[in-house]
Design a protein. Structure first.
Length: 318
């Protein structure tokens, strides 16, 4: 698929924004463990937080190709901001877009797509990592509410978000991926405790969340009760495909460094330039392969094909 003129304009806008408003400050944000609130607000104003949502729900509706191209440019400016952008568009907006009622779209999707509200995702639990279906955080039905008890961990951006999207065990007698319900939980609800998880590099992109008799209206459920696994997995392949943005970003940076080194060594007449040339060519190949795989994922989506397993595996490989 050849990018349309509008796709190129969006990519160029994202590139200019990333280089001017993200890249110069990214190191300071990391070093100070600071959430880039102003930058995220600017991204919202530019439409980057609702790129796949229809305009009637406050989105920009740019299409998948423009979204993929813009996401890579944002990642080249700051990886954290690209993570916020990808999580917000994928596991934030997409489930509501696909499974939400008209009332839920108006209540949740519109403020999400406009950036007025930020979302976080919660799936993993202490005993449920690689086996994501072994969830035990309980969602007990009590009239027109669910009562949540348990713990989620490695929740993306929960420290800074307004709402949490996640799977909860509504039927304790069910097996594995059965009996799970997808709920939208306000993070300021009584009974919620959030503890940041500081990684070895000092970043606080993740958090653990404790639920102590947290009441959530049934109206905040996406899909039918017990069908939450289907809701989550319907968008999981889409979100996993976004992982390809990271290697594209890092390999582009490495490519530039190798190119600079190659030029300097050649000018100085230093031996070993052939090795650097080979390294540069290898990096170029990896960048190209990653970019093509990343963009192909969204081209396929535009044609309503579903290669979730293939692309998710490819993203994990890179």
């Amino acid at each position: 698929m050849i990018p349309a003129e509008q796709d190129i304009l969006i990519r160029d806008m994202a590139r200019q924004f990333a280089q001017e408003r993200l890249k110069p400050f990214a190191a300071d944000w990391d070093r100070e463990h600071r959430f880039p609130a102003e930058a995220i607000k600017e991204m919202a104003d530019l439409g980057f937080l609702g790129m796949l949502v229809a305009e009637q729900w406050g989105g920009a509706q740019t299409g998948h190709l423009a979204y993929a191209m813009a996401l890579e440019e944002i990642a080249a400016g700051d990886g954290a901001c690209s993570t916020i952008m990808s999580v917000h568009n994928s596991v934030g907006c997409m489930p509501i877009l696909k499974f939400g009622s008209q009332e839920q779209k108006q209540r949740f999707l519109q403020p999400l797509a406009s950036g007025a509200m930020l979302g976080a995702f919660a799936l993993t639990e202490p005993q449920a990592g690689s086996d994501a279906s072994d969830l035990r955080t309980r969602a007990r039905r009590d009239g027109d509410h669910y009562v949540l008890n348990g713990q989620k961990t490695w929740s993306t951006r929960a420290t800074f978000a307004d709402w949490l999207f996640g799977l909860f065990r509504s039927d304790p007698n069910s097996y594995r991926h059965h009996g799970l319900t997808y709920l939208l939980v306000p993070l300021d609800a009584p009974g919620i405790t959030i503890r940041p998880i500081r990684a070895l590099n000092g970043k606080q992109a993740f958090a653990e969340i404790f639920f102590d008799n947290v009441r959530v209206p049934v109206a905040n459920r996406l899909g039918d009760e017990g069908q939450g696994w289907h809701v989550a997995m319907a968008t999981a392949g889409f979100e996993r495909g976004l992982l390809l943005r990271s290697p594209a970003r890092y390999q582009r940076t490495a490519q530039k460094l190798v190119q600079l080194y190659r030029a300097n060594q050649a000018q100085a007449g230093v031996a070993g330039v052939k090795f650097v040339v080979a390294l540069f060519d290898d990096q170029s190949l990896h960048v190209f392969t990653c970019q093509v795989s990343f963009l192909d994922r969204y081209i396929l989506i535009n044609f309503y094909l579903n290669f979730n397993i293939l692309i998710a595996s490819l993203a994990t490989f890179y």
